[in-house]
Write a protein that binds this ligand. Structure first.
Ligand SMILES: Cc1cc2nc3c(=O)[nH]c(=O)nc-3n(C[C@H](O)[C@H](O)[C@H](O)COP(=O)(O)OP(=O)(O)OC[C@H]3O[C@@H](n4cnc5c(N)ncnc54)[C@H](O)[C@@H]3O)c2cc1C
Length: 423
């Protein structure tokens, strides 16, 4: 397959591609294309690894298990409780409700069993080999040092909290995922600091995490640049007809333009005449420096929907979903919640300092990204909409985009990711 790609790239000698967006998705696309022999320029208004990127501050989890669409049959019945409970990890201002309605309607329609089943298949394609794909992408680069391999443990208050989610459990088992059930004693054997709130755990095998997501993306971008990739700093105002127009009026041209601008993709992509119902879903992190203890691997705290990840010199607690305009300011309540939640997990935790962060997930109503050429302008390839899972799927999306650009046939069913599916 790789040789075939090389030949194809050889046939296309002189092909040029501009990738707009240097987050994990854009950097993966750029590096995969560079490795295939294409002349690639990566354009962004900020350097890779910058705090304004969503790729900077995520929970770092390579969430192979994350196949459940955000809207799914188990979750629909919980919507009133999730949206309007004061202690919920999901927020929305009442004043935003009217603007969110069309997106929310599409979101709910995708939560039925038949729709969810199709989405799960498409999500699984993007996620199932995440650890291998990251390992391949980072091999021979400084980024490799940030990949950790191990379980991902879901913590539950009681075993019945796990058994009641039949749809998700059955789905994961059918997809071949394996896990170990952990009673309270097992949990304490692995991590003696867990509070009595959590009585049951489920440890998914064959997972991994990134021990510094910002440094990881920056290292990949540096490798790309050192090996012949070009990086251009600038804010893009328009893409199309093989031209990228920058805010300062300058233009860059290439045979293909890959749009990997994450949560900021809606205006650039809609200008090509497509319906792109991309919603900004803000999330937050609280990173605690030099903590007295840390989990042996990543945790998902299921009742509060946040991740806890042991990183290089800090413990990252990340999660919360806030449906709000793209440019809305950080919500301090979300950070306070994370602080409260981590002490609920680790009542005796000590640390030396903290940092907080707001990031924005790019979320489409069916939880799937848009990957593919725009039929309205075939010089533009879409690569955005990775919701809560962009770090996990980034390298796979990079390979898929490479194949789309090189017009390479694969056995991946691409319909689910079509840029025209909402037109
Ligand atoms: C709190 C939180 C926790 C998360 N945890 C996880 C996790 O554990 N695992 C996981 O897989 N995913 C996680 N995610 C999701 C993941 O971080 C995102 O899906 C992913 O980072 C998106 O990557 P991206 O490259 O598409 O976007 P970004 O990283 O946001 O990059 C987009 C880039 O495009 C650039 N750009 C945008 N518009 C323009 C323009 N007009 N001109 C020039 N440049 C432009 C931006 O500057 C930016 O650099 C989490 C997200 C949040 C918020």
């Amino acid at each position: 397959m790789f040789d075939k790609l090389k030949n194809k790239a050889g046939d296309l000698m002189g092909q040029s591609v501009i990738v707009v967006g240097a987050g994990i998705v854009g950097v993966s696309c750029a590096e995969e294309l560079r490795r295939a022999g294409v002349d690639v320029t990566l354009v962004d208004r900020v350097p890779a690894g910058d705090p304004s990127q969503t790729s900077y501050g995520n929970a770092g989890i390579l969430a192979r298990e994350g196949v459940m669409p955000i809207a799914n049959p188990s979750m629909l019945s919980m919507i009133p409780q999730i949206m309007f409970s004061p202690r919920s990890p999901v927020y929305m201002k009442w004043s935003y409700m009217v603007r969110l309605m069309p997106w929310a309607a599409g979101f709910m329609m995708n939560g039925t069993k038949p729709k969810a089943a199709k989405i799960i298949t498409s999500l699984n394609t993007l996620l199932y080999d995440t650890v291998e794909k990251h390992t391949q992408l980072a091999k021979g680069t400084d980024a490799a040092q940030y990949i950790a391999k191990g379980d991902m443990t879901f913590l539950y208050r009681h075993r019945r909290q796990f058994t009641s989610d039949r749809f998700a459990n059955k789905t994961r088992a059918e997809l071949g995922m394996t896990w170990t059930e952990l009673n309270r004693d097992d949990l304490l054997d692995r991590d003696p600091h867990i509070s009595g709130v959590y009585q049951f755990g489920l440890s998914y095998h064959h997972h991994g995490w990134i021990t510094d997501p910002s440094a990881y993306v920056a290292a990949l971008a540096l490798h790309f640049q050192k090996n012949g990739g070009k990086i251009h700093a600038g804010e893009v105002s328009k893409v199309g007809q093989r031209v990228v127009t920058l805010k300062d009026g300058k233009t860059l041209s290439a045979d293909t333009i890959v749009l990997a601008t994450g949560a900021w993709s809606k205006d650039l992509a809609s200008a090509l005449g497509h319906r792109v119902p991309l919603q900004a879903e803000h999330g937050y992190h609280l990173s605690l420096k030099n903590t007295s203890h840390a989990p042996p691997n990543t945790y998902l705290i299921t009742d509060k929907r946040f991740g806890v990840t042991p990183m290089n010199g800090f413990l990252r607690c990340a999660g919360q979903s806030e449906f709000a305009p793209l440019d809305s300011p950080p919500n301090l309540k979300a950070i306070d919640n994370l602080r409260r939640f981590v002490y609920r997990l680790y009542p005796n935790l000590k640390h030396e300092g903290e940092t907080t962060w707001q990031g924005t997930r790019p979320t489409l109503p069916d939880s799937l990204p848009m990957i593919g050429r725009s039929p309205n302008d075939p010089s533009v390839v879409f690569a955005f909409g990775s919701q809560h899972l962009g770090l996990t799927m980034g390298p796979k999306v990079g390979q898929m985009v490479r194949d789309v650009v090189l017009d390479q046939q694969t056995n991946i069913e691409m319909n689910g990711y079509s840029p025209t599916r909402f037109d």
